[in-house]
Design a protein. Structure first.
Length: 129
């Protein structure tokens, strides 16, 4: 399974086999900062616009991932799509629509999609200033 985001003319594919080990990817497209998060326990994902960086906190809420906003120190609920503790409590995520599908569909119908892998992820981190 994979999650696909349509960003302008670009399709970004987030393979869940990769996301199982990373859970959160902070990225940017044409100046729009966003986060893609995946909970391997519930096998659910969400993408949302962001200001600061989001990190894996390690806590669960109703068995689901709770991203932590480094800038505001807010704990968010992926399942509720809102802040649950901290400065942004009860504020909703500004979500970005995503599609979940199989890798086979991506290969057959979207051969030019950008696939997020550990190589791309780590190159992005270490090439950033």
């Amino acid at each position: 399974m994979v999650g696909i985001l349509s960003l302008g003319n670009t399709l970004k594919v987030f393979p869940y086999v990769f996301m199982t080990h990373n859970e959160i990817v902070n990225d940017e497209y044409q100046g729009i900062k966003y986060t893609f998060s995946y909970c391997p326990i519930t096998k659910s994902s969400v993408a949302f616009k962001r200001n600061g960086l989001f990190r894996v906190l390690g806590y669960l809420f109703n068995g689901n991932l709770t991203p932590w906003d480094e800038e505001t120190e807010t704990i968010w609920s992926q399942v509720l799509l809102k802040g649950i503790l901290g400065e942004k409590e009860n504020i909703q995520f500004n979500t970005i629509p995503l599609v979940e599908t199989r890798w086979k569909t991506v290969k057959e119908h979207f051969p030019f999609a950008q696939v997020v892998t550990s190589d791309l992820f780590f190159n992005k981190i270490f090439s950033s200033s």
